[in-house]
Design a protein around this ligand. Structure first.
Ligand code: NI
Length: 171
């Protein structure tokens, strides 16, 4: 590829933006997020790219749109080197079997705590292209999905944790 052509491409491709992650006291985190009516629109595609870039930059394994101030039903997950996008997700078939595991949240800094959650679930949603997907999830993926689903309903893990621990400031 010629230099001229690569300059042209650099101008026309929109680079993902790193978004500001909203913190615990902001009321947007406590609102029920709304269904996305235009999942295939350029605006949603742009939001997805920005959310993935923001999640990775923050070393997060999940990010819900309300956490970047967007009150819509969409979240991204990054588990075991795989990125998932869930638009208008529905969670079903939660297992009776539960486990407790330490959780943290990009919107609740320096606090961790164990949360009891079902081990397995089925999630139906639209993917990043607006196409229907259905996944049976277990382990960390199932846990992150439940944590992010909670964000879409205005719930934070600190509401559900058995205990909360504050991480000591580094000196
Ligand atoms: Ni969170």
């Amino acid at each position: 590829m010629s230099l001229k052509k690569s300059i042209h491409i650099a101008k026309t491709i929109k680079m993902p933006k790193i978004l500001k992650i909203i913190q615990e006291s902001d009321p947007v985190l406590r609102k029920k997020a709304e269904l996305i009516k235009n999942p295939k629109s350029p605006e949603i595609k742009g939001l997805i790219a920005d959310m993935i870039a923001t999640m990775k930059k923050a070393s997060g394994i999940g990010l819900a749109a309300p956490q970047v101030g967007v009150p819509f039903r969409i979240f991204t997950v990054n588990v075991e080197d795989k990125v998932y996008v869930f638009i208008n997700p529905e969670v079903k078939n939660l297992s009776q079997d539960e486990s407790s595991f330490e959780e943290g949240c990009l919107s609740v800094q320096k606090i961790w705590g164990p949360v009891i959650r079902p081990k397995k679930l089925t999630i139906k949603a639209l993917d990043e292209d607006g196409e229907p997907i259905k996944i049976r999830a277990k382990g960390l993926l199932a846990r992150v999905i439940q944590h992010e689903m909670d964000h879409l309903n205005g719930t934070l893990f600190i509401d559900k944790a058995e205990k909360l621990y504050k991480i000591a400031e580094e000196k």
